[in-house]
Design a protein around this ligand. Structure first.
Ligand SMILES: [Ca+2]
Ligand SMILES: [Ca+2]
Length: 252
């Protein structure tokens, strides 16, 4: 190595030269190992299953382990593990559970109320989530992730029955339209997924623009490996989306 040679030439005896050369060689080797290590660290995605510290969601109602593909994957069942591990949210408060939906001892109002991701559920009273301006009626008491902002993401550990291509459909609302993406074990598998807006100017109630539900069938096609994987859903732009569930079906 040039570095070794340069150090050796500045020293006196052959012994010193040899020792210095040896030490410098070790230093070069150590530096190289460190450098390669840093490259490996830099290229191992945050969600990679091998180093992943998040866990499949479970509580008193849901304890089915990793959600299954093909099948329905609930966004509100994003992984346990907290900020920076299982999700990233712009603040530590849940703006739905325990806030908009006051803590009253009920399962739905207090669902994951101490986590940063903002969760709520569909309500049929007062024409909130059963209104004349939505494209589909969502199920009642359907949990969803809302108050979404660009840059936010959450992980969902899934178990995929067979490797292959899957169609992805989504139950959602979107005030402004936007873009999301999906990654598997930290690697993008969808590219940008465009979400059509569900804004309807005819609705006289401003806040209800967040409650015009739609089902986007075959919104994207993704190729997934077999087995347990960490899916990451990321809000790429706009936000203001409510995300209820993703349906994965085999692509023909
Ligand atoms: Ca939040
Ligand atoms: Ca949020």
């Amino acid at each position: 190595m040039t570095g070794t040679g340069r150090i050796a030439k500045t020293r006196g005896s052959q012994l010193t030269k040899n020792k210095m050369s040896h030490d410098a060689g070790n230093l070069v080797q150590t530096s190289r190992a460190l450098f390669l290590g840093l490259i490996v660290v830099a290229f191992v995605p945050a969600g990679a299953a091998e180093h992943y510290r998040g866990r499949p969601f479970h509580d008193s109602v849901y304890h089915g382990g990793p959600q299954k593909i093909p099948g329905r994957v609930q966004c509100a069942y994003y992984d346990l593990g907290g900020e920076g591990v299982a999700y990233h949210d712009t603040d530590t408060k849940n703006k739905g559970s325990g806030t908009l939906n006051p803590a009253d001892g009920s399962y739905l109002n207090e669902f994951r109320m101490h986590e940063g991701v903002d969760t709520s559920y569909t309500k049929y009273h007062d024409d909130i989530d059963e209104n004349p301006y939505e494209l589909v009626h969502p199920p009642k008491d359907q949990l969803y992730v809302g108050w979404t902002d660009p840059g936010e993401w959450f992980n969902m550990t899934v178990k995929i029955e067979h490797a292959g291509r899957f169609q992805v459909s989504l139950l959602y609302t979107s005030k402004l339209g936007g873009i999301i993406s999906l990654a598997s074990n930290g690697k993008d598998v969808s590219g940008p997924i465009k979400i059509e807006t569900t804004y309807n100017a005819a609705d006289p109630i401003a806040w209800r623009q967040w409650h015009h539900w739609n089902y986007a069938k075959n919104l994207a096609t993704v190729t997934l490996p077999k087995g347990t994987n960490v899916l990451t859903l990321r809000i790429e732009s706009e936000g203001n989306m409510n995300l209820a569930y993703l349906d994965f079906s085999r692509a023909e």
